[in-house]
Design a protein around this ligand. Sequence first.
Ligand code: ZN
Length: 126
Amino acid sequence: MVCPNCRAELSASDTYCAKCGTMQQTVAAQAPQTGSTHQLIPYKNPMALTSYYLGVFSVLPMVGILLGAIAVALGVMGLRFWRANPQAGGQIHSWIGILAGGFFGALWLTLLVLLLIAIFSQVPRA
Ligand SMILES: [Zn+2]
């Protein structure tokens, strides 16, 4: 934190600047908000939030392939958005979206491929 008046280095607990005496409440108000509510639900990072929900819903068979793929894509975008705007949060939601969407998407895709192989292997040969 830096004093807006004289640019002196200040600690977050300082109420007044030790060098020039400027009141520091304005500095505290301008500090990035990293409250717990922002970390729990990243409203400012809709890509991360959407990725999280799509990742959760990718547990549904077959449609989970599509939902999982979108969840991974949005999760990567959400992580990029979080790196550019750390105060927006959404890191955890993005990772859950990527991991859950990637896992279930790959799971349903594997089952679909195995199902198709089973069906085609049972086609009677002429
Ligand atoms: Zn100062």
